[in-house]
Ligand binder design. Structure first.
Ligand SMILES: C[S@@+](CC[C@H](N)C(=O)[O-])C[C@H]1O[C@@H](n2cnc3c(N)ncnc32)[C@H](O)[C@@H]1O
Length: 321
């Protein structure tokens, strides 16, 4: 397993909130438009009862979409969905009650890294899928595990993130601000106060040392994330000790949410770097007995590069073995 997949606590916290996809700003519910159309085309090729495995499922966006498509196409399927983090599809059912019956039909397995999934899963599967997931794994480890679980006539189909989009540029800009706040000692200070390692007066003293530096930073004063923190810290510095103590629980939560968001963004940026540095990263699946049959970009709303689709079948070389 590579460094991206070893510590998934930030993903676990994220899924706990009941979000359905990893891009909730872009997709209010589930993936739709050309992404859903792509998966509809894949599902239309199923023959007979189809056993499907969704990798790096998160809260199950693609698994849920495929279960819905199976109903639409009057197909019989059984879907299993795995993720390395602790996942919370039941929280999705609370947010979107109409998805409850669909979610109940899917077998979800959390804390199941793809590279080690053969220890927890019994194959074979007809169709192994992933969206915005497989590229987070160690490709060779994932390829081996997939090969062990796919039927000889099976398919591996996935959609990876598009490397270096506007979203990545925005995340890189945010990361520079997170780093600046960390260098100033902001996160440490908030956590120290939250965990009673520093008194209210000590907290205010430290704040009075770092706030002038932030106020006098002309470059970052135009940036939303920086200004959110500057505003919050200024408010805290104006509170009396009792008011400050009342804020302690929220302060810990607020800081942890930012640290988790930063860790998720770091994961996504590392993946973008991996895809940019090695544009043929997906060929690793071919080295492990799978044969590439199709790949290409997926344009959302006709123009946004939402990802790249890859379709593999079990190679004839591997069938001879
Ligand atoms: C960007 S999210 C995508 C989740 C989901 N497919 C979606 O589109 O909403 C990436 C997910 O990959 C999971 N992940 C990362 N490395 C993994 C690994 N080695 N094995 C299994 N899951 C992994 C993370 O826990 C996270 O839930």
């Amino acid at each position: 397993m590579d460094k991206n997949s070893m510590n998934n606590n930030h993903w676990s916290t994220y899924w706990q909130s009941g979000v359905l996809t990893s891009l909730p700003m872009d997709f209010k519910q589930n993936y739709d438009g050309e992404l859903a159309d792509f998966w509809r085309g894949i599902m239309a090729q199923n023959q007979g009862h189809t056993r499907i495995l969704d990798l790096c499922t998160g809260n199950g966006a693609v698994a849920i979409l495929l279960q819905e498509l199976a109903t639409e196409l009057e197909q019989s399927v059984s879907i299993t969905a795995v993720d390395a983090s602790v996942i919370h599809p039941s929280m999705v059912a609370r947010q979107f009650p109409e998805k409850g019956p669909i979610i109940e039909r899917i077998e979800f397995i959390g804390q199941c890294p793809v590279e080690q999934m053969t220890e927890q899963l019994t194959g074979p599967f007809d169709l192994i899928v992933s969206q915005y997931g497989i590229e987070y794994c160690d490709t060779a480890g994932a390829a081996q595990a997939i090969q062990a679980l796919l039927l000889p006539k099976g398919r591996l189909v996935f959609v990876s993130h598009a490397p270096e989009t506007d979203i990545h540029q925005y995340m890189r800009h945010e990361e520079r601000i997170y780093q600046l706040l960390e260098d100033l000692g902001v996160f440490g200070l908030m956590m120290n106060f939250h965990q009673d390692r520093i008194s209210a007066n000590g907290f205010k003293n430290k704040l009075s040392q770092l706030l002038p530096t932030m106020h006098n930073d002309p470059t970052n004063r135009s940036k939303d994330l920086f200004m959110t923190w500057l505003g919050a810290l200024t408010q805290l510095s104006q509170m009396n000790n009792n008011q400050l103590k009342e804020q302690k629980p929220r302060m810990g939560q607020f800081t942890q949410q930012y640290l988790d968001a930063r860790a998720r963004a770091a994961d996504m940026l590392a993946v973008s770097d991996k895809l940019t540095e090695n544009p043929q990263w997906y060929l690793s699946f071919a080295e492990h007995g799978l044969e590439l049959i199709d790949h290409g970009p997926i344009l959302y709303q006709g123009k946004h590069h939402a990802g790249d689709q890859f379709q593999f079948k079990v190679g004839s070389k591997s069938l001879d073995q």
